[in-house]
Design a protein around this ligand. Structure first.
Ligand SMILES: [Zn+2]
Length: 101
């Protein structure tokens, strides 16, 4: 199935120009247990509905961004370019992980 995905730099483009790196996850903090690491690496939510995913405009500007996409209809609800990781503010929510490429 083909659909248009809006790149933050190039605008709407065919999804064939992009690579999807999967749903956005949050890395376990501190010294995680083996169970926590296994769950983080191998178990995905894989929802039938809206999920936030990492995308790269592989055949274009090569920008990484996140998109909220309905997996049932491929409707893209929003895109976002996360700020680079830096010192976290005390009340800041955890940043999503950068996907392994
Ligand atoms: Zn682009």
């Amino acid at each position: 199935m083909s659909f248009l995905l809006p790149c933050p730099n190039c605008g709407p483009r065919p999804v064939d120009e992009f690579s999807c790196a999967g749903e956005v996850t949050v890395r376990p903090q501190g010294a995680p247990s083996l169970r926590e690491l296994t769950s983080y690496l191998y178990f995905k939510r894989n929802v039938a509905g809206v999920q936030r995913e990492w995308w790269c405009h592989r055949l274009g500007c090569e920008a990484w961004f996140t998109a909220e996409r309905d997996t049932r209809t491929n409707e893209v609800l929003s895109i976002d370019v996360p700020e680079p990781a830096g010192p976290a503010a005390p009340d800041a929510p955890p940043l999503p992980d950068t996907p392994a490429v």
